[in-house]
Ligand binder design. Sequence first.
Ligand SMILES: N[C@@H](CCC(=O)N[C@@H](CS)C(=O)NCC(=O)O)C(=O)O
Length: 212
Amino acid sequence: MKLHGYFRSSAAYRVRIALNLKGLTAEPAYLHLRKGEQAAPAYTALNPQKLVPTLEDEGAVLTQSLAIIEYLEERHPHPALLPADPADRARVRAIALAIACEIHPLNNLRVLNHLRDRLGLDEAARNDWYRHWVSEGFAAVEAMLAGDPRTGRLCHGDTPTLADVVLVPQVYNAERFAVDLAPYPAIRRIAQTARALDAFAAADPDRQPDAE
Ligand SMILES: N[C@@H](CCC(=O)N[C@@H](CS)C(=O)NCC(=O)O)C(=O)O
């Protein structure tokens, strides 16, 4: 397997965590997003969206981190990242999607660049945008976690699921942009618990060979 990514890409970070949880290794290939390497023709031939990550496995070229993780789940079912019960699976996916679909795309590098280059927003305004969407999204995720008895030491019970795999990278990003996380005690507690696990710790952006 080969994983095309970037140390700070939270979508690639999700896939690194999932690979580690499943005891899988992928040869890394690095693209420097701030230098625009995701737009190079050799890469867009693999990923026409010009986004990381992309996973290559046995001739298959896979894009979109959640599709990649579900592929890994199907190919390597143990340990499972989704619970057995359909309603529980839907809950775990809903937490993951609340982050991956409702928070992350609004704060992507290309969105922040557009706010700067086309709409003329200065850094303070861009940071305000960033923090607004994380805060609004995290308020909802906090309610989903704090208000549900199925929440345990982690998002769903005590073993890592897809929800934790998506939550931790978003918390890392929020910290980088100095989002106030005080209003989200369940998120903070769960992220701290998950990050202490080897699979999460080894996937941390600051521990990747391309980290700056
Ligand atoms: N929904 C996609 C999001 C991928 C994505 O947005 N990747 C970011 C890094 S986290 C990226 O490549 N950004 C490049 C850019 O904005 O130009 C996924 O989950 O794979």
